[in-house]
Design a protein around this ligand. Structure first.
Ligand code: ATP
Ligand code: MG
Length: 808
């Protein structure tokens, strides 16, 4: 390659021409390109065959496929082929090195179809004076900056320019990398004066750098703007979310206004109203989503929800009340009468003292449903609070608001539920209330029930006093003795004893059957229970004072009928007889009532008890063992009952001889008294005469009649004292099949309660002393014993082990 000034070689040369579409090859640069056009391939071949030199020049119009002589720039570059590579598709890849500028003098078509040119070298070289050197330094610096900002150009490109000392060559090297169009490059190629060319390159470089700088600025600005927009968007969204979370400001205002309006409407007493307004002011300044605000809002909600003024219009017509009570319940005449009296008094006296009804009786006798009926009869709402298991004062009276999650006590909660300030409020199962270290709930209840105090009932949560004086409280209990005495004193007790068979049959026919038949989707016109069927259910499938299980069994029968009806699709009328009941309910649970009572027995007595389930049979058994006069009692007997047994024993010992008993029996024998069904705790004094009778029978060896049932308390002197629950006990004895009943004389008045049909079938023996009891109960005479030598312990007949001797 000749790098000497081309001026020295000015003689024209001929060589093949390869027209270029869109590139300009500058001297001193290596350029790869692909040759594909036929004439060009021929030209390359010709070049390779001669001196490997060819002339490359750019077409004026890149789109032209077969450019003629006129279509090609007259100034181009003589280039040497450095590499050539035939591609599989016939094209050739060339790498050429630009040597020098040349101008076409002549152009002619070769016979092989390519163009051949005659050229004149027009490359000029100059020495770089100081001025040019300065320019070169500036251009180099610009180029360096340009490369730094052009991501496409490797830094090495710059290094290739560093050592160039020739201004024209520097210009060419840089020009090859300039991002300008083909025309501009061609212009640079045609600019033959190095200084001029270098100046032009400098200008283009500066332009490009400026462009890039502007680009970058714009880019940055755009970016910044976008970032800003994005930031604003993000913040806006966040604000929206926050506001949503907080409840919008205007929502807030609404809430407060709404509450204020509600407070105005609530017709609260002044104290409560002040409290509410004060709380609202507090709420207004609280952050709306704080826990504090929630507490405050809840409190206000409670204040507003409790009925301060609203009342149901009470029905005062006692006649109508009577009708309603009769509609809802069969029988219970005495109870209904008491209720009606009670209602009448309440009408006359505004706030009568002790005016809390307490319905006491075994389960399923209709206490709850009577209370409901009273509400209906008086036009009041009905709410029921079960006190069973309530053991904490706070359950009645609420927790102070300082507790997290505090809420009002049950009384206020129920009042809210009622929605009026004068409902019938049923305190169910007052006897099941417990008390422990957390405070006595009955003390709180006392305040609720006390007419002197309950116009200003204080709930710890609600705070302002609440007036309960318009509420009609009704309590229920199965037994009274577990109700705290102070509470008992406040209440007017109405006992509901339990039903006889006939009553149960009537209740079933009139209420339970129609109700259950209807509830099970059957036609009440087509389902009929014969009286015998009901009797069967009562006697063989239930044993209770009330009618709860009876109702349950009837429901069970209805379920079976309903299922059958669905299965067969039959519309037939059903007539239920006793045998049919057994078919439907399966094997009876209880034996039929005893027609023929058992034979008399020694040491066995039928006692009567009164539990919360109503009256019950209480079997008493006693037996003797060799020993030293110990009395053991088993079967979960309570303290009172044990004392009662001790008293019986003492009475016997004090009267041994007159009872035909060896006075020294206690030196030889231990006595064991057992009351079966040991799982059920038993207590109370009313088994006294039964215990005594069993012991006398055992020790004297005289059998006891098993068709006699008895109840009564015993004193040390053998007197018989009255007991409670006469009606229940009599009914239980009757259910069991006993036909003679021994009762304390003093209970005579209670016999009024026993339905006449039952009384007519019983022999009731009213007694005052144990002697009378024994007279009725023992199947034989007491033996007369001679007072034998006390020390050697004559042989009392009773001293034989139980089961041995029989009554003579
Ligand atoms: N005399 C009656 N007339 C009509 N239905 C009655 C009568 N007695 C009880 N019932 C019905 O018996 C069912 C049980 O009554 P309720 O639930 O009122 O018993 P309770 O005395 O409250 O029992 P507990 O002590 O178990 O709460 C109810 O369906 C009730 O309507
Ligand atoms: Mg009840």
């Amino acid at each position: 390659m000749d790098e000497r000034p081309s001026r020295s070689d000015e003689s024209p040369v001929a060589m093949p021409l390869v027209p270029l579409r869109d590139i300009v090859v500058f001297p001193h640069t290596m350029v790869p390109f692909v040759v594909g056009r036929k004439p060009s391939l021929m030209a390359v071949e010709a070049a390779l065959a001669t001196g490997k030199k060819l002339f490359v020049s750019t077409q004026r119009d890149a789109r032209q496929d077969a450019p003629a002589a006129d279509d090609i720039n007259a100034i181009g570059t003589v280039a040497a082929i450095v590499q050539h590579l035939k591609l599989p598709n016939g094209n050739v890849k060339l790498l050429v090195e630009g040597l020098h500028r040349a101008r076409v003098l002549e152009i002619e078509e070769d016979r092989n179809g390519f163009l051949r040119v005659v050229l004149k070298n027009i490359e000029r070289r100059v020495e770089a004076g100081p001025e040019l050197q300065e320019l070169m330094a500036k251009v180099s610096a610009s180029f360096e900056r340009f490369i730094k900002h052009s991501p496409g150009l490797p830094y090495e490109t710059m290094l290739s320019t560093v050592r160039i000392t020739d201004p024209g060559r520097l210009a060419d090297t840089i020009a090859a990398h300039l991002p300008v169009g083909v025309e501009d490059k061609q212009a640079l190629l045609e600019s033959t004066l190095p200084k001029e060319r270098l100046t032009e390159v400098a200008r283009i470089l500066d332009d490009e750098i400026e462009k890039m700088r502007v680009d970058k600025r714009i880019h940055n600005r755009v970016k910044k703007q976008m970032e800003k927009a994005q930031k604003e968007y993000y913040l806006n969204e966040k604000i929206k979310a926050i506001q949503q979370e907080l409840g919008r400001k205007d929502d807030r205002v609404n809430e407060v206004d709404e509450l204020r309006a509600k407070i105005a409407e609530a017709r609260m007493p002044p104290e409560a109203k002040d409290k509410a307004i004060q709380e609202l002011k507090r709420l207004e300044v609280m952050p709306p989503v704080s826990a504090e605000a929630t507490v405050s809002r809840n409190y206000l909600e409670w204040l507003l929800a409790v009925p301060w003024a609203r009342k149901s219009k009470e029905l005062r017509d006692v006649k109508r009340a009577e009708q309603i009570l009769n509609q809802d319940h069969y029988g219970l005449d005495k109870v209904k009468e008491r209720i009606l009296e009670f209602l009448a008094v309440r009408q006359l006296v505004k706030k009568p003292k002790g005016s809390i009804l307490c319905l006491v009786g075994p389960p399923g006798v209709g206490k709850t449903s009577l209370a409901r009926s009273i509400a209906r009869a008086t036009g009041r709402k009905f709410v029921r609070l079960s006190l069973g298991g309530v053991r904490d004062e706070a359950e009645i009276r609420g927790h102070r608001r300082t507790y997290i999650g505090a809420f009002p006590g049950q009384i206020v909660q129920m009042m809210r539920k009622a929605g009026t300030r004068n409902p019938v409020f049923l305190l169910d199962e007052v006897d099941k209330m417990a008390s422990d270290f957390r405070g006595d709930p009955s003390a709180a209840l006392l305040e609720v029930l006390d007419p002197e105090q309950n116009n200003s009932f204080l709930d710890h949560y609600l705070d302002p006093e609440y007036d309960l004086s318009d509420v009609m409280f009704i309590a229920t209990a199965n037994v009274l003795h577990t109700v705290p005495p102070a509470l008992r004193d406040r209440m007017e007790v109405i006992r509901i004893a339990g039903y006889t068979l006939l009553e149960k049959m009537a209740i079933a026919q009139r209420y339970l059957v129609p109700k259950q038949v209807g509830e099970h989707g059957l036609d009440p016109q087509r389902v009929r229970f014969e009286d015998d069927a009901i009797r069967e259910v009562v006697e063989r499938y239930t044993r209770e004072a009330g009618v709860r299980n009876l109702e349950r069994e009837i429901a069970s029968i209805c379920r079976k009928l309903a299922r059958k009806k669905v299965a067969d699709g039959s519309q037939e009328a059903v007539e239920l007889s006793a045998p049919r009941i057994v078919e439907l309910l399966g094997v009876p649970r209880y034996p039929p009532p005893r027609a023929t009572p058992r034979e008399p027995e020694i040491g066995a007595v039928i006692g009567l008890a009164w539990t919360e389930h109503g009256g019950e049979i209480l079997d008493v058994e006693a037996t003797l063992m060799r020993g030293r006069g110990r009395l053991s009692l088993t079967g979960q007997l309570g303290e009172v009952m044990q004392e009662s047994a001790q008293a019986a024993m003492s009475w016997i010992r004090s009267r041994a001889e007159r009872l035909g008993i060896d006075p020294l029996f206690h030196r030889r024998w231990d006595v064991h008294v057992h009351l079966p069904e040991g799982a059920i705790p038993k207590d109370g004094p009313s088994a006294g005469i039964a215990l005594a009778t069993a012991l006398v029978s055992l020790l004297a060896g005289v059998a006891v009649r098993q068709d006699v049932a008895m109840t009564g308390e015993i004193t040390l002197r053998g007197k018989v004292l009255p007991i409670g629950g006469v009606k229940e006990k009599v009914l239980a004895a009757y259910r069991y099949g006993a036909r003679t009943i021994v009762l304390p004389k003093e209970n005579e008045k209670d016999l009024d309660e026993v339905p006449e049909d039952v009384r007519g079938q019983l022999e009731i023996r009213l007694v005052e002393t144990m002697d009378e009891v024994l007279e009725v109960a023992l199947a034989g005479e007491l033996p007369a014993i001679e007072l034998a030598d006390a020390d050697e312990g004559g042989k009392p007949r009773a001293a034989a082990p139980p089961g041995g001797p029989t009554a003579h």
